[in-house]
Design a binder for this molecule. Sequence first.
Ligand code: GDP
Length: 493
Amino acid sequence: SRRRRLGATRTCASWAGCSPRPSTTSRAVRGTRRRPSTAVRRRSAPSSHLVALLRRYEAWHRRCGPGSPLFGEAVEHLRSGRNAARSECQYAVWTPFNGLGNRMLALASTFLYALLTDRVLLVHAPQEFDGLFCEPFPGSSWTLPAGFPIADFDATFTMLSPTSYKNMKKAGTINGGDRVNVTAEGLPAYVFLDLIQSYTDAAFCEADQRVLAKFNWMVVKSDVYFATALFLMPAYRRELARLFPEKEAAFHHLARYLFHPSNDVWGIVRQFYEAYLAGADERVGLQVRVFQEVPVPFETMYGQIMRCLEQEGLLPKVALAQQNAAAARNTSAVPPPDGRKTKVTSILVTSLSPEYYERIRGVYHANWTETGDYVVVHQPSHDGVQHTEARGHNQRALAEIYLLSFCDRIVTTAVSTFGYVAHGLAGVRSWVLLRSPSPETPAEPACVRSSTVEPCMQAAPRQMCGAAKGSDIGGLAPYVRHCEDVHGGVKLF
Ligand code: GDP
């Protein structure tokens, strides 16, 4: 049978009270789901060094995490408003910002940062984030418990916050320079690391890191895949090279370790996959994202998608009119040329809008293909507009990210972090539908194959510490380059 089944029967406890790792469906299934495909090169297994570090981290998280005496002590210090001189456990608290793709990139980056700096990763999970993921760390929780001294994250952590590292530096509260001996006790109880888009400049100097290391509590807010910048810091290079011998797979391994869809989300994934994708010979994922700030007209975008699919040979071509007519007369106009079995390709369309799905489906419904193969088209949801504040909407979005990641070939829209996460989880290089300089003009070429599986760090620091003034961040190391879709951004390859 050509059917590729999901196969797991065990249940996955979701966010609240998540059960230990082996009994979760999304975990149990992952390995079996991603059967190596001949169409794409999959990533190598995680390094033994990464695996060993994760096991040590898990033990560390249990020792310092919510519910432990050490956590209680650290929270008391936080409540007192003072940074303790010496603390066995230090914490990085991640708080969400922007859409789900942005959130997953920033959370994975914060986790890597926590691993490199010996911090315990905790997550501030507002209601719309709750119910998306299982707990990742066995025997403990990453969720901030009720009664945590900081409650109103949105109001507390803004670009003007006096607790933000860059604002403290500006105000002279602390000094990032080597010469200034800031004692840990002289520091506020926590630091806010503001890494939102254009603020990624703030923290990637070694001198900054030395000051930041003195804070026992750190709150990280970002919508950027800032993990890339860590690979450019001399202090972390050696360790990162051991952790990720294949740099291109950094996000892939981090995300597959950290993210496990909850029961509810996995239910959507599983049902849809079994019903519409499992039976196909090949699955092509097409993610269409039209940004409000660049409102590409439907016909322009549709034309670009079809040019990309055709030029890159991602789908069989639609038959010419006479072939269609002959087929309609039932004269078997389009048998597979070599007498082989017909192939079924399933296209998974994900988009906030239903129009792309409807048009593409209409084309393949009404026409034969030149090869006689079949193309079926499906779209799980079309919510119309982004509703990051709504849990159900986010659950559908997460399910679709995973469904895309189960496709053999993935076509994504330029600049979209939703697409980055999907192909990153899959471990494949996507075809990127490029952004045209003007929304009205068709992009040329329609798409390019990404040079890497890695997400793009869109808002790269303008200057990395230690680099000569004006040097190009895309040329700082042999393993970074500018992104195809965001020229100012960089990515690992
Ligand atoms: P980006 O804005 O494309 O970088 O991606 P984000 O994931 O950060 O934000 C876009 C948000 O819009 C998603 O998280 C969803 O909430 C919603 N969205 C965008 N495209 C889709 C889609 O294809 N399917 C679903 N279900 N939601 C989408």
